[in-house]
Ligand binder design. Structure first.
Ligand SMILES: *Cc1c(COP(=O)(O)O)cnc(C)c1O
Length: 453
């Protein structure tokens, strides 16, 4: 069989899909049941040529696809895919490199090394920090918090790799009341149980005084403090200078969940939002959100390379530090795809200024949304729009939910319904490189119609 027999068809469907984005409704037109009916459930006995398989799948799935790469998709916090990253992602599958070992894939190891240094530099983090290329923000939090857990216990004289957690001094984990749920999930995976929430202010930022009080109550027990760069509802950033200093005074490891917000550090205009975050010990971010590479790509960044390797490496030993190390020592997986290739591609294509412009563009569009929504009668913007998130209500909960439903039914743009501070909200999240001023205007017009004006 010809190795490339399906690729031309895949290319054609991909180009057709991308060309359809401007004109098609953003929500899917078929639900799961309809796609199941189109697919059929029986696996036949004989072979089907790859090109026909590609055609069949594309035809069955097309109506069930959401136009997430559209410039009018403002749901959840989901980025688009930059063209350089998309093109290189095709190479990733074609090259099919298993990227765990240096000797096995020198190309990816080299690209990962360059990309690691670029990312750390762009985000304003300490030079020499290690970056593990994982599947997403959840696993980036997990990976960083594994390094944190082992390190604070090591400092208390307890080797987790050797002895496990049973019988250990235990770890206190302090989190802001509005941390992302995936912090709790990561802590569960790590056997650390539920964290202790610390009060947050009206924008969801951790209260430094409450954090200081909670730290004081710890009596020197091993402690991790999780801060946040980018609250999913408000986009707010924790007050890092004060919070990190207080945590470090108490001997805690400080982790920052910056799944989408850490990239504020790449923009001279927004850098002030993350001031002080660089003093932390670890940072989780997504490349598949603000940086616009395809799923699945998160970045687990740890200042102490040895601590990351001790937690994730095959040997679990803090002392194997001097050698160059293997790529698999920085991530939970052994086998994984070449995730650094698309990240390298988007950074190379945009350059420093382009990344700053990308971030600033999202923020400017968010500000335009806030202004446009505030001008709709009965609508209010509930957050200080400092970054990419706009959280709004259109009167009481029923009315707001009605607007969310009307937006989905109409299909011009996708906005998300959520709850924040006990209220139904409609949230707009801007994180796609292709969003234009016209997309924002068309989406605002749709919001006006959906709200009955
Ligand atoms: C999206 C998000 C996560 C989870 O990231 P995934 O890539 O979806 O696993 C964690 N924290 C914050 C603040 C997020 O926005």
């Amino acid at each position: 069989m010809d190795r490339t027999s399906g690729l031309d068809r895949a290319h054609e469907h991909a180009v057709g899909w991308l060309a359809s984005l401007d004109g098609r409704p953003v929500p899917p037109r078929a639900d799961t049941e309809e796609v199941l009916a189109r697919l059929g459930r029986d696996l036949q006995d004989g072979p089907i040529p790859p090109a026909d398989v590609v055609d069949e799948l594309a035809a069955a799935c097309e109506p069930g696809l959401t136009a997430m790469p559209s410039g009018r998709f403002f749901g959840f916090v989901i980025g688009g895919t930059h063209p350089a990253a998309l093109a290189v992602d095709w190479l990733v599958s074609s090259w099919d490199q298993n990227t765990g070992l240096r000797m096995l894939t020198p190309a990816h190891t080299a690209v990962e090394e360059v990309t690691e240094a670029w990312v750390v530099d762009l985000l304003g983090l300490p030079a020499g920090s290690a970056v593990g290329f994982v599947t997403g923000g959840t696993m980036a939090n997990f990976t960083c918090l594994a390094a944190a857990r082992d390190d604070v216990l090591r400092r208390a004289g307890w080797d987790v790799a050797e002895r496990g957690l049973a019988g250990s001094p235990g770890v206190r984990v302090l989190v802001g009341a509005e941390r992302h749920d995936t912090i709790d999930l990561a802590l569960r995976y790590l056997g650390l149980g539920a964290p202790e929430p610390v009060a947050a202010d009206d924008q969801g930022r951790i209260e430094p005084a409450a954090l200081a009080a909670a730290l004081d109550a710890g009596d020197g027990r091993p402690t991790i403090v999780c801060l946040q760069a980018g609250n999913v509802h408000s986009g707010a950033f924790d007050p890092f200078e004060e919070a990190v200093a207080a945590a470090h005074d108490a001997g805690a490891w400080v982790h920052v969940d910056g799944a989408f917000g850490l990239f504020a550090g790449a923009s001279p205009r927004r850098r002030h939002l993350v001031a002080g975050a660089e003093q932390a010990d670890s940072w989780a971010t997504d490349a598949h959100k603000t940086l616009n590479v395809p799923y699945d790509c998160g970045l687990a960044i740890v200042r102490d390379r040895a601590a990351l390797r001790a937690a994730m490496g095959m040997h679990g030993d803090y002392l194997i530090l001097s050698e160059a190390g293997e790529p698999l020592d920085k991530v939970p997986e052994i086998s994984r795809r070449g995730r650094a290739f698309p990240v390298w591609a988007v950074l190379r294509s945009l350059g420093r200024d382009g990344v700053a412009d990308l971030v600033d563009g999202f923020c400017d569009h968010a500000a335009a949304f806030a202004e446009g929504i505030a001008a709709i009668e009965g609508a209010e913007v509930l957050n200080d729009v400092v970054f990419t998130q706009v959280c709004t209500a259109f009167g009481d909960d029923d009315r707001t939910r009605g607007v969310v439903d009307a937006m989905l039914a109409e299909g011009t743009a996708w906005t998300t319904g959520s709850r924040w501070h006990g209220r139904a909200v409609l949230r707009v999240s801007v994180s796609n490189w292709s969003t234009t001023v016209d997309d924002v205007a068309a989406s605002l017009a749709a919001l006006r119609r959906a709200s009955g004006q």
